[in-house]
Every structure is written in C-alpha cells, then in structure tokens.
Design a protein around this ligand. Structure first.
Ligand SMILES: [Fe+2]
Ligand SMILES: [Fe+2]
Length: 497
C-alpha cells in the first residue's frame, strides 16, 4: 500500500494519521486490513501509532486462534454423526426481537402484574383444604377461620420484639401478616426462606387487622421421574469462557476442542466424545470491556469485536454434526439486564454459514429430541444466595440456587439486586419445568437432580482473576460436564491438568 492511498482513504472519513503511525503502518504486510479496521472503528480524529499497534495486536490474536490446529483422530468414527439433529427452539420464551420496554411506570406495573398472575395460577392449583381468598375477601372472613391468601411479598422485617412482619399485596389490597416469635421453630425456619417480591400462598387466620401466618406454600416444581430417552447420545455443557481475558485458559480450551474431535488418548473419554450430539453454552463467551473496575489490565485484547472473532474461531472447530446452542452473559455485548436478546448479527454473521451453531437469548428454552432445556446465564445467583440463610455455602454449591429458582418458578425472584428489564411479559418466570436447567456465572461447577430436573452449573474456562478472589469466588476451571440422555448419568472430565 502506498502512502498516498492511505492518506486519501483516511481523508474521505476526515481522519488524520500522524507521520510516525503512517511509516509504521506502511511497514506492515497487512496494512490494507489495518486501514479497514481504522475506518470501521475510528477512535478520534487522529490516528496514532499506539492505535495502529493496538489493531495489529488484535489481528495477531485472532490469527493465533484461527491457526490453532484441531486434529480429528483418523480412527474416530463418532456415533453421534449418524444421529439426526432434533433441536427445536421455543421462541415464545425468548425476548429476542420482542423487547418493547421503555422503562415507564406502566411497564413496571404490567410486568409485576404478569409475574403475579402467572405464579398465582400455579399456586391456585396447589392442594389445600382452606378457602382461597383475595386480601379484600379475607378481611370479611369469619374471625379465626383458616383461609389461604396469595400475595406478593412487599416487605419482610423482624420487629424489635422479635416477631416477623410480612406485608403482602394482591390486586385487591395490601395486608400485614405476622409470624410471632413464639411460633414453632419449623414455621420460623420456613419464613426465613421468604424473599422480597416473591409470590406465595399463605395459610392462616385473620385476627382483627392482622393475618396470622400458620403455613407458607411455594409454587414449586412437581415431583417427576427424570425422563430418559431411547436414543443414546451425550450433551456437553460449558459457560464463562471469557475469551479476551488474560486468564482465559486457551491451552486447556484447545484440548477440549481436540477432545470434541476425538483426539484424546483415553479410550473411555474418546467414547464419550463420540456420543456428543449437543453443546450448550451459557454465556460470558468473551470478557468484554468496562465490566468491572480496572478490568483493562486483565485483558489481552481491548476490543469486543476482536474478542468475539477469537471466540468464533474456537467455536468453528467444534465438529459440524454437534449442534452448538449459545446464549449471552453479563460480559457479552448485549444489554446488561435480563432478559437478554441473542447476540446481534454484527457479531455473529461470520458464523452464519455454520448451520450447526445457534444463538439464543437469555433465558432461552429449547428442546433436543423432546428433552426440554432451560438455559440462562445465572445473574440472580448472588442476590438469591445472600437472601436465604441456608445458602451460606452457595458459592461452593451453586446447584443449591438452581433448586431455589425452580421452587420459586422464577429466574430472578428478588427485584432490584441484579438488573432486569420490566418487559410486559415476564420472561424470567419458569412456566414449564425443564428437564435440564443449565447456567454459569458463578465459575464453580455444581450438579443436582431436583424433582426430576437435572441442574448443571458448567463452571468456567477462565483461571482465577484478582477480581474473582476479591469477590470471594472459588473457580473450578476446565471441568466439562457431560450428560447421557439414555442413562441419565452425568460424568465430568477435567481438562485442567
Ligand atoms: Fe463469568
Ligand atoms: Fe457472568
């Protein structure tokens, strides 16, 4: 490329390159690509040498990812290749292209009304001998007659005398409810689990102006048998790769890609790899920029587009018969609040021709061979863990939060702690209980079977950052959970060493 060509291309966009940067640029064999990148994202009127160097460094990083050679073992004949793909998105549960929220008061009112009505419907179907009444109806109930009211918790507090006061609300009115400090310990333990803003059924009696609580019912997931399929394949789970971070464990992740391609010595592991038909990815694909204070010093590349290009180079190396379903997290370039639409085409278009790679929103519901999966990033983890006394150890057992979310039939039950967008339909309400609940965000693997639902937190592929340590996180990087749909067994392969 000639100096005059560079200058005229930049002039068209009213950009000026400093002499030092120009001579450095002209020395590069990739000068033309660098100019394209400068034009695509001008960072001010003056193009400095530092800017050219930064672009060059980003390009080198992308190339490095593209150059990683994934070997498919010659003797590898994966049975999953001959299984027909049966992936079906349940788009009614995905906010992508449907966000209408402007943040008005009306939006909030409609959002909480939708949440209240959805959960009330579930609670109304729960067995009870007591008459179900609205708050207004309860006021005229005969004193001391046992009744049930369904309400959203406005506020829960302990009085200075040690009683617990819970203010609840429905569409008819607001009611103060009491759990006396002399109440049985079992009831007090139950009441300790109540979160602000959640919708519950309360059994008890009216005593003058107060409702005396004697029992609490959550909407819950019904007891079911874990569904098993006739067909034999595996689902692999990952989340929180954080590509672009200095702490992204690239070597281990490359080993994972080799494993997907059958290049692994261990015979049992190779057999497991050959059965993988689906890969679920629960967000924090890249590290992003400006997500937390002083993050810049922990980044390899400071450009989200480059970070995503590198992620894409990796994901392209997953064999094409494996369907990859990818949702966003709080580090990805989508809105910070949930529900999140899927990543926009300005990021994903390079992957359009890979028909096995699917981008979904957060949360998203989809089915593989009829098995229902609910995947979300897990942003509400910390607010739920902090509010429930029995979850003091949740950082090391992230599956415990998944259980609470299923019990509450909501992915973000506490309002105000982690941001949500008050869409008029509450996309975070769990309408259908999933067979698989998959999330990440916590960077710590965890598994449970709760009433027939397999709960999986897929950990991370990022090493421990200083920021994570300060937050008290306990990462368990590079552990790959694999679920077999015929046996219902979960196995974990460690790629760390
Ligand atoms: Fe993360
Ligand atoms: Fe996250």
């Amino acid at each position: 490329m000639e100096a005059e060509q560079v200058l005229s291309r930049l002039r068209e966009r009213k950009l000026v390159i400093v002499p030092d940067a120009l001579s450095f640029l002209l020395e590069q064999p990739t000068a033309e690509q660098i100019v394209e990148k400068i034009l695509a994202k001008p960072a001010g009127v003056f193009v400095t040498r530092a800017r050219v160097e930064e672009i060059l460094e980003d390009m080198t990083q992308t190339e490095k990812a593209a150059d990683i050679v994934v070997r498919a073992a010659s003797s590898f004949d994966p049975p999953a290749k001959s299984i027909e793909s049966r992936f079906r998105e349940r788009e009614e549960y995905d906010v992508t292209n449907k966000s209408r929220c402007t943040g008005s008061v009306d939006d909030f009112v409609e959002h909480f009304r939708d949440r209240f009505n959805s959960i009330r419907k579930l609670l109304k179907n729960r067995q009870t001998e007591n008459a179900i009444m609205t708050i207004a109806g309860a006021r005229s109930a005969v004193d001391r007659r046992k009744i049930r009211i369904i309400g959203m918790v406005k506020e829960k507090r302990v009085t200075k005398n040690g009683h617990t006061l819970i203010e609840i609300e429905d569409e008819s009115s607001v009611q103060a409810c009491l759990v006396s400090r002399e109440a049985p310990q079992a009831l007090k333990d139950v009441v300790a689990q109540i979160l602000n803003d959640e919708v519950l059924a309360f059994d008890g009696v009216m005593s003058r102006d107060l409702f005396i609580i004697e029992g609490v019912t959550w909407p819950e997931a019904p007891f079911r048998e874990k569904p098993l399929l006739d067909v034999d394949f595996n689902i692999a789970f990952i989340s929180d790769t954080h590509v672009g971070s200095k702490f992204f464990l690239q070597k281990q992740f490359s080993r994972l890609l080799n494993f997907f391609n059958g290049d692994v010595d261990d015979e049992a592991q190779r057999e497991a790899a050959g059965k993988i038909k689906y890969l679920f990815v629960a967000g924090d694909l890249i590290d992003g920029i400006g997500i937390y204070p002083s993050q810049e010093s922990e980044l390899v590349t400071k450009d989200v587009f480059t970070q995503f290009e590198i992620f894409a180079e990796f994901i392209k190396k997953v064999p094409d018969y494996i369907e990859v379903i990818i949702g966003p997290g709080n580090h990805d370039p989508v809105r910070i609040a949930q529900p999140r639409p899927r990543l926009s085409s300005e990021f994903t278009r390079d992957l359009d021709k890979y028909s096995n790679i699917h981008f979904v929103g957060d949360p998203s519901v989809f089915e593989v061979h009829g098995l229902k999966a609910l995947m979300f990033h897990g942003d509400s983890f910390y607010s739920v863990a902090a509010a429930i006394p029995t979850l003091a150890n949740a950082h090391a057992q992230p599956e415990s939060v998944g259980i609470e979310l299923l019990k509450r039939r909501h992915l973000s039950p506490v309002y105000g702690e982690n941001p949500i967008v008050p869409e008029r339909r509450d996309y975070l309400f769990i309408n259908e209980v999933p067979d698989i609940l998959h999330y990440g965000h916590v960077h710590h693997n965890g598994y449970a079977n709760y009433r027939g639902t397999t709960i999986i937190n897929a950990g991370t592929w990022q090493d421990t950052t200083d920021y994570a340590l300060k937050q008290g996180h306990l990462p368990t990087p590079c552990q790959l959970p694999i679920y077999n749909v015929r046996s219902g067994n979960l196995s974990v392969i460690n790629f760390k060493e």
